[in-house]
Structure formats: structure tokens, C-alpha cells
Ligand binder design. Structure first.
Ligand code: ZN
Length: 168
């Protein structure tokens, strides 16, 4: 199992770079990422969270775990939903995040085939969350400055202890 990089590590705010060549090393990393995500009860994981800077994500859907390379949001529905979101890099913190209800993502399979995925609801939310990671963004960058102020004790907790138990 791999260890999870937590806030405020700078790698989490560093944009990832495209996977140019799918090496065996990258392919071997994918099941490890999926395993790490499952062990932590996550539903998605992005490469920066395990200390890598390639555009690689794992998304858990009803059909299981899927790895995607170089994912890019190519369309976002105007219809949005506000739901509580957590992040394995911010243990114990949950905030309301507004996301598009439906998205289209262009990406590559682990074998390198280009595909377009359409997702809605939770799956669409996971894609947006993980692609945010690849752009160096966390859920705390998706909330208002006022809300961020309200969770400053929780962020301090995560910084100092690695997790927070403070309820909002
Ligand atoms: Zn996350």
C-alpha cells in the first residue's frame, strides 16, 4: 500500500503533467493506487495524493475501480448539485461543494486508448474532484473565503496532527 500525501504538502497544489508514455512503471502503479484508495475507504484518488505528478486518477463506480490517464473535462452541465465532500488528503474534513451534475471527460485507458466518458451524479462529482487534484486544487479551494475561515481550526488540526475530529 502507498501512503497518502496530506494537506498542506506542496505537491497537492502542484499541477500534474501529462503522461506522454505509458511505461510499465505507471501501469504497475495503477492497481497500487486502487488498493490504497480502497484501504482508506475512498471513492477516488489522484496521483498527487501518492506523491506523483502525472495525470493519473482512479475513480470508483458501481462497476468497480477504473484508472484513467490524462483526464480532461470537456463539458460541464449547467445543472449543479451541492453535496458534502471529503478528501483523503484532508482527513476528517467535510465541506459542501458545488459541482456540475453531468460531465464529459476525455481521457486514456491504462492501455493508451483514447475514450470519452459521460458521468452524472456521484461519478461526475468524483471526476471533478480528482481532476481538480491534477490541477493542484483541493476542496478547500472550492469554498468561499468565509467558509474557509470557519474551518481554519480543522485545517490547523490536519497540519499538526494529520487529521481533524472537530465538527463544524
Ligand atoms: Zn481528494
Amino acid at each position: 500500500m502507498l501512503s497518502i500525501v496530506k494537506y498542506p504538502s506542496h505537491i497537492l497544489s502542484t499541477p500534474s503533467s501529462r503522461v506522454q508514455k505509458i511505461t510499465k512503471e505507471i501501469q504497475d502503479l495503477l492497481p497500487l493506487m486502487a488498493e490504497t484508495m480502497e484501504k482508506h475507504d475512498g471513492v477516488g484518488l489522484a496521483a498527487p495524493q501518492i506523491g506523483r505528478t502525472e495525470q493519473v486518477i482512479i475513480v470508483n463506480t458501481e462497476e468497480g475501480n477504473h484508472a484513467f490517464l490524462n483526464p480532461k473535462l470537456i463539458s460541464l452541465s449547467k445543472k449543479t448539485e451541492i453535496e458534502e465532500e471529503g478528501c483523503l488528503s484532508l482527513p476528517g474534513l467535510f465541506v459542501l461543494v458545488k459541482r456540475s451534475f453531468r460531465v464529459k471527460v476525455s481521457c486514456q485507458t491504462p492501455e493508451g486508448s483514447p475514450i470519452i466518458i459521460e458521468a452524472e451524479g456521484l461519478a461526475a462529482r468524483i471526476f471533478q474532484h480528482e481532476i481538480d487534484h491534477l490541477n493542484g486544487k483541493l476542496i478547500i479551494n472550492r469554498i468561499s473565503p468565509l467558509k474557509r475561515l470557519k474551518i481554519r481550526k480543522q485545517l490547523k488540526d490536519i497540519k499538526e496532527k494529520g487529521f481533524t475530529e472537530i465538527k463544524k
